[in-house]
Design a protein around this ligand. Structure first.
Ligand code: ATP
Length: 871
């Protein structure tokens, strides 16, 4: 790894709060960083002096503390790496900078505010929470604990960071995808339940891959742009047919050597890649190639290549436009197109840029900086891949801004000792800052499509290297290719895939919990259709299979024979540790039931709504009812969105009321309950919303609230999720609902009266303002204006007082007992004051087991619901 990169000076950029759980080291700071010095400035004596004094200061600050020490042990892993812990771990400057900033901030805060008990408590609290989440049980892991990671041959810098994070072993999805991604360097299409660690399933191969590429480029003085990285099992098949030609390493940038690695034939995960790996190693030994020398592993079937050039020409005509693919209903043709595309890629030389019209314009000087050579007598392609000499290695695209920031932060924590810089490019924040971050040439960019496209089109230099990225990850891919979102992704994909050679040497990662989820066709698409002219058409459209959906994705993104790792089969994307239930009530009662959950079972809760208006309304009412509510929706300013997420993270009884903008990917620690205030429109949304709780093997509860008009959507949802029985009822005593409903009604009244008062005040204000601006004296009789109504004020105050009194009284007195409405057994009256919602539900499930058994397999209630709805 380049020392230059390690020693580059990075300065953190605060994002004003961020919710996620990773990295206790940052204490709430988000790692948008900018490089302040990467060695290009030779500098005057004065600046050198300045720099030296800064360096001295930094050294003083990085005096070892409890926090940056790891146990004094040295363990040799089976992969040959030594996981070494020294007395002091020297974190990269990236993190030093963050720590310095944090220290400064703390000092400043101390000066500003006198020591208050509360403030101290908040600091303490935050530390505990972040620590808890990162490293719950074994707060300090030792190198011996990390042996489960050995088979992946991750660089020791990464292992060290994982150890500090308390990640003792890979999660299932990581276990199953890392071998193919790291050793096989294959494209990965991964589906696993929510909160199962998918981010690192693509993050680790990307980070370790970048380190390897950098090392190789430095060792052999190669141009990183031209180092082919990806292997493909397709090519391997060709190799067996045509004898490969081995080219001596180190002589040429275009190193062509055989690859004898066997990979899984069907592309589906067997979960065991060890054999694959052993074969790889033994064949390498046989050929006398260094084990770590992956440049030479890239195979190029030379004889086949000549044919493939012609094929390449033909294939241009066959190239299916992304938009066409998306809109096409002809799944069969898409499928064959996928196959054609894969065939088409067979034998294409991923090394030789010249064939594809890309001009190798960068020459490296000794300092490693590139300069551009203009070549006149060459036919220019439409778009030139600009090489700046400081490559952009990886692009990660996510559907939401919060998710992009979270992924960045997750990766920053893992890349702590690697010197790899990660930038976040999202909308809703000053693009000037982001451009400045990009000028420092980060190796990884995590972005939302909109802002990325904007900066790309503005000609931002670092992003012009986009087509040559070695790694592309698209998180929550199924969401990204939905209508309405794909429009943003499509031009980006076209740009990324504009050069066939680069495209083929890029490793792609596509992940989501609902990647392989498929739906029933809507009834209007089934059976016969009568046209306007009375012609009867027999529709032959059939429900898409998971395999067809996967093939579509492969085509869209331009993947080469990806390894498909789908471990969602049993729970269809929801975690095994998730307890699901529902509350069926009338529309009028919904608010009271929600208030019951929040008041009776306080805990960190996310309430999902289907619209921004519902969010706003609930926030107003629940705030009046003294719930600690925080809104989150797309029309809020980005700053506020992040602030609210941070507040929510820090409040163990916080209630986040959100639209589906918070449904995907957000990793907020210890969310106790997820409430679907309205039945989600799609099964995917249900899975992702519910996935905000029960993460990383923790338990969680999801409650779906439904009123009669939602019965049809609910039954459809249950079908898509292959539920054989209805969701069980969450036990709510009807007696308490009566009291709570009274409070809700009071809150609603107050809300209406407040609104009326605000409007009156606004009207008066407007009249006075207009008169002032026009410099006019308005006769009171001329314009009839609503006056402040003393009656209204009186009524409002009375209602407020009444509500205050009601709220002050215990709604559920100690020792409060009730009968679960779902149970017939009158002996089951019990005290539940000490139980949390999850325990209550579990108990109800145990007791209601018999009832459940009766219904099993028949799904009758669902059918009845559906029938009732249709009538
Ligand atoms: N190997 C590991 N050991 C322990 N915890 C881990 C490991 N890998 C990831 N985690 C933790 O698991 C949690 C969930 O990870 P992540 O956000 O990647 O899940 P996900 O599968 O992407 O979820 P979603 O589908 O909701 O986006 C995070 O808090 C992360 O820090």
């Amino acid at each position: 790894m380049s020392k230059k990169i390690k020693t580059a000076k990075w300065q953190s950029v605060s994002l004003d709060g961020f919710p996620i759980s990773m990295a206790d080291n940052f204490d709430g700071l988000v790692g948008l960083e900018e490089c302040t010095d990467y060695g290009t400035d030779k500098g005057s004596k004065a600046t050198k002096k300045k720099r030296e004094s800064k360096k001295r200061k930094a050294e003083q600050i990085s005096i070892p503390t409890e926090e940056n020490c790891v146990p004094n042990k040295k363990v040799k892993l089976t992969n040959g790496f030594t996981v070494e812990s020294c007395g002091t771990v020297t974190p990269s400057l990236t993190n030093d900078a963050l720590k310095n900033k944090k220290n400064k901030q703390l000092k400043r805060n101390k000066k500003k505010t006198p020591k208050s008990k509360d403030a101290n408590e908040v600091v303490k609290k935050q530390k505990v929470k972040l620590g808890e989440n990162v490293n719950d049980e074994d707060s300090k892991l030792t190198p011996e604990d990390m042996l489960s990671w050995a088979e992946f041959k991750l660089p020791e810098e990464i292992i060290k960071a994982l150890m500090e994070l308390g990640f003792k072993q890979p999660t299932k999805i990581q276990q199953m995808s890392l071998p193919a991604a790291i050793h096989g360097r294959r494209d990965i299409l991964g589906a696993a339940e929510t909160g199962s660690g998918k981010t690192l399933a693509f993050g680790l191969p990307i980070l370790s891959g970048i380190m390897k590429l950098k090392e190789k480029a430095q060792l052999k003085n190669l141009d990183v742009y031209d180092i082919p990285f990806k292997k493909s099992s397709n090519k391997k098949k060709e190799i067996t047919k045509t004898k490969p030609k081995k080219i001596k390493k180190g002589k040429s940038k275009k190193a062509h050597v055989e690859n004898s690695k066997e990979s899984s034939e069907d592309g589906y995960s067997s979960g065991d890649e060890k054999e694959e790996d052993n074969k790889e190693n033994s064949s390498k030994e046989g050929n006398g190639i260094e084990t770590d020398d992956f440049i030479e592993e890239i195979e190029v079937p030379l004889r086949k290549r000549e044919e493939s050039i012609d094929e390449g020409n033909d294939s241009e005509n066959e190239y299916i436009k992304l938009s066409e693919m998306f809109d096409s209903d002809d799944l069969a043709s898409n499928e064959s197109a996928a196959e054609e595309k894969i065939d088409e890629q067979d034998g294409i030389d991923t090394v030789d840029n010249d064939e594809s019209g890309v001009i190798d314009t960068v020459e490296k000087d000794k300092s490693g900086l590139g300069c551009v050579k203009v070549i006149d007598d060459i036919e220019m392609p439409k778009q030139i891949i600009v090489k700046t000499g400081k490559p952009l290695y990886a692009l990660i695209i996510t559907p939401t801004r919060e998710l992009a920031i979270q992924i960045s932060r997750h990766l920053i924590a893992v890349a702590k000792y690697t010197g790899i810089r990660i930038a976040t490019i999202v909308g809703g924040m000053a693009s000037v800052k982001q451009e400045r971050v990009l000028r420092s040439a980060p190796e990884v960019v995590v972005a939302t499509p909109g802002r990325l496209w904007e900066l790309l089109n503005q000609g931002e230099p670092h992003l012009q290297q986009l087509p040559s990225v070695k790694f592309l990850a698209i998180d929550e891919t199924d969401r990204m290719i939905e209508r309405g979102h794909f429009e943003e992704l499509e031009p980006l994909l076209e740009r990324l895939n504009m050069d066939e050679a680069y495209k083929n040497s890029r490793q792609n990662f596509v992940f989501s919990a609902t990647l392989t989820m498929v739906h029933d066709l809507p009834s209007h698409m089934k059976g016969k259709k009568v046209t306007k002219r009375g012609k009867v058409i027999n529709r032959k459209i059939e429900k898409m299979t998971p395999q067809q959906k996967v093939n579509r994705l492969i085509n869209m993104i331009g993947m080469t024979e990806p390894k498909v790792v789908d471990i969602t089969t049993q729970n269809l994307g929801t975690a095994e540790t998730l307890t699901e239930c529902r509350i069926a009530c009338s529309l009028d009662q919904k608010d009271a039931y929600l208030f019951y959950i929040l008041r009776r079972h306080p805990g960190r809760t996310i309430v999902f709504c289907n619209s921004i208006n519902s969010v706003k309304r609930l926030v107003q009412i629940l705030t009046l009812l003294k719930c600690r509510t925080l809104p989150l929706h797309a029309s809020m300013p980005q700053r506020q969105r992040l602030k609210n997420l941070e507040r929510f993270r820090d409040d163990s009884r916080g209630v986040l009321i959100a639209t589906d903008v918070a449904a995907r990917g957000l990793d907020i620690p210890n969310v106790d309950h997820v409430v679907h205030y309205q039945v989600p429109k799609t099964a995917e949304n249900y899975v992702h919303r519910s996935g905000r709780t029960a993460r990383a093997n923790k338990e969680g509860l999801t409650i779906l609230m439904m009123e009669p008009s939602e019965a049809y959507t609910y039954s459809k949802l249950c079908r898509t999720l292959n539920k054989t029985t209805e969701l069980a009822n969450f036990p709510v005593p009807t007696s308490s609902i009566t009291v709570l409903k009274e409070m809700i009604n009071l809150a609603r009244d107050i809300e209406v009266l407040e609104l009326r008062r605000r409007r009156t005040a606004q009207a008066i204000g407007w009249r006075e303002k207009a008169a002032k601006e026009m410099d006019m004296i308005i006769d009171e009789d001329d314009v009839p204006v609503k006056q402040a109504d003393p009656k209204l004020d009186k009524e409002l105050n009375a209602k407020k007082r009444r509500l205050e009194t009601m709220l002050a009284q215990p709604v559920f007195p100690k020792g409060f007992s009730y009968k679960y409405p779902t149970l017939n057994d009158t002996t089951s009256l019990q005290t539940v004051s000490e139980e949390n919602a999850l325990q209550v539900m579990k108990k109800a499930l145990e007791t209601g087991e018999l009832k459940k058994e009766k219904r099993k397999g028949k799904n009758e209630p669902l059918l009845q619901l559906e029938k009732a709805f249709k009538k």
